[in-house]
Design a protein around this ligand. Structure first.
Ligand code: 5AD
Ligand code: SF4
Length: 443
């Protein structure tokens, strides 16, 4: 009989995509997926290490899972992903954990589980620079069957001084463009309407074979032409690699969504240098100008954090002023969390007091909420093409979807359904969502 696997995912979109890959690997080896944790023979927890609180969540979760193991003595629990890679040995000491596997080791999961039968606590934390999970069919983990992820690069070579990712995901590698095209066409055949190309730094995508040299703008162009009726998104871009060529390709193709997530992290040159971000405030603002002038309807979002080593009130003010200049539609904001093993943990004091970090974060969030509201208000009266994702949580008769700018819009369903493209006129906004009405006539 099939064994039942339950997969729980924390962290970034790359982890969501990885869990789909893991499901593909498990289902090809006599497992079936279950949506109820209590029904599982095997629980896999795909983890994140980016900040300490992401790891604390997992430790708390393990205490709950320990109680499930008391009820089901045959239950096997595996920790996979970034936290497994970072502290796999320590995780194995926890009663609830039977095995661990890092981000490059997912093909070995069925074997690791078999090894647990002979009472070992197996681990696979090997890096594999050639691993792109080529040939594995991903299995969707959510009900949303219109929007899919395609990982195009894995790993990271940037070594931002605060960041754990180069240590947990290893060196950067790009998938073969032929595999990517195949995967995208496959999603199109399954009626998906949108793909998001994923990588820690998608702009540095590069793959060459004897026929072609393919960089990121070239890949985008190939995909835009291959699936003209699908929306194409991508994340994340590193500002240092955001080329004019990419902006041109985005401007040229209607099906490339007009949204760029361009993580700035800080607005202070002193801090950017300590972070090893390899650009200055001025360079970043120049990139933003290039985007705004060539793609006027392009939405901008960012990751920003406060309280990095040596950040003074003046440095923080530079961050706030950059936020005001750029006017992001959306930003993910954090406080610095020192990660053991990174350059910053070894060489830069974590010397901004916790209460100052907290207070700066609150100011940042307050400012961004104001900016998001202002940006959303500019959308009132405008008409957007919205891809319908599903029923609104608040009301059965309402649907929600996204504009190509990645803004969530709620509207009366009418005859529309999941997967439709509809034109919606925006009537009301908050800092987080737009509300509108479907227009019957086409744009
Ligand atoms: N502390 C706080 N935030 C961090 N990020 C990455 N590392 C850290 C850290 N040590 C943030 C960055 C990154 C996002 C995924 O998480 O803003 O872009
Ligand atoms: Fe978390 Fe970064 Fe790993 Fe994604 S890549 S799971 S954000 S640590």
């Amino acid at each position: 009989m099939d064994k039942k696997v339950y997969i729980e995912t924390y962290g970034c979109q790359m982890n969501l995509a990885d869990s789909e890959t893991v499901a593909g690997i498990m289902l090809a080896k006599d497992y079936s997926g279950v949506k109820e944790i209590n029904e599982a023979d095997v629980i896999l927890i795909n983890t994140c290490s980016v900040r300490d609180n992401a790891e604390q969540k997992i430790w708390n979760r393990l205490n709950h899972i320990k109680s499930l193991k008391k009820k089901n003595k045959n239950l096997k629990v595996g920790i996979i992903g970034c936290m497994a890679q970072r502290i796999g040995e320590k995780l194995l000491e926890h009663q609830a954990v039977d095995f661990v596997a890092g981000p490059d080791a997912y093909r070995s999961l069925p074997e690791l589980i078999m090894e647990t039968d002979i009472d070992l606590k197996p681990k696979n934390l090997n890096f594999d620079i050639n691993e792109t999970y080529s040939g594995i069919e991903q299995i969707k983990q959510s009900e949303n069957n219109i929007s899919g992820f395609v990982a195009i690069t894995r790993g990271c070579n940037n070594f931002c001084s605060y960041c754990i990712v180069p240590y947990t995901r290893g060196r950067e590698r790009s998938s073969n463009y032929l595999d990517i095209i195949k995967e995208v066409k496959n999603l199109e055949k399954q009626n998906f309407k949108e793909i998001t190309l994923l990588g820690q730094n998608v702009n540095s995508y590069y793959f060459e074979d004897k026929n072609l040299k393919v960089d990121f703008p070239k890949l985008m162009e190939m995909l835009a032409q291959t699936v003209p009726n699908m929306r194409i998104r991508f994340t994340t871009s590193h500002p240092k690699d955001l080329s004019d060529d990419l902006i041109d390709v985005m401007a040229k193709y209607k099906n490339i969504c007009k949204h760029i997530h361009l993580a700035v992290q800080s607005g202070s040159n002193k801090i950017l240098e300590k972070m090893n971000r390899k650009y200055t405030r001025e360079w970043y603002l120049n990139r933003i100008e290039a985007i705004k002038s060539r793609i006027p309807n392009c939405a901008l979002s960012s990751d920003i954090f406060c309280g990095f080593s040596g950040e003074t009130e003046e440095d923080f003010q530079e961050t706030l002023s950059l936020m005001q200049i750029v006017e992001y539609d959306l930003a993910f904001m954090f406080k610095y969390s020192e990660r053991p093993g990174t350059h910053a943990a070894k060489h830069l004091d974590d010397n901004v007091p916790e209460d100052v970090k907290k207070e700066r974060l609150a100011r940042m969030i307050k400012l961004q909420n104001k900016i998001s509201l202002k940006k959303n208000k500019e959308d009132i009266g405008k008409i957007f093409e919205v891809l319908v994702e599903g029923k609104s949580k608040r009301s059965e008769s309402m649907l929600y979807g996204r504009t190509e700018q990645n803004k969530v819009v709620v509207f009366d369903a009418g005859n529309a359904k999941q997967g439709d493209f509809v034109n919606v006129k925006i009537l009301e906004v908050s800092s987080a969502t737009l509300k509108g009405e479907i227009l019957v006539e086409s744009l």
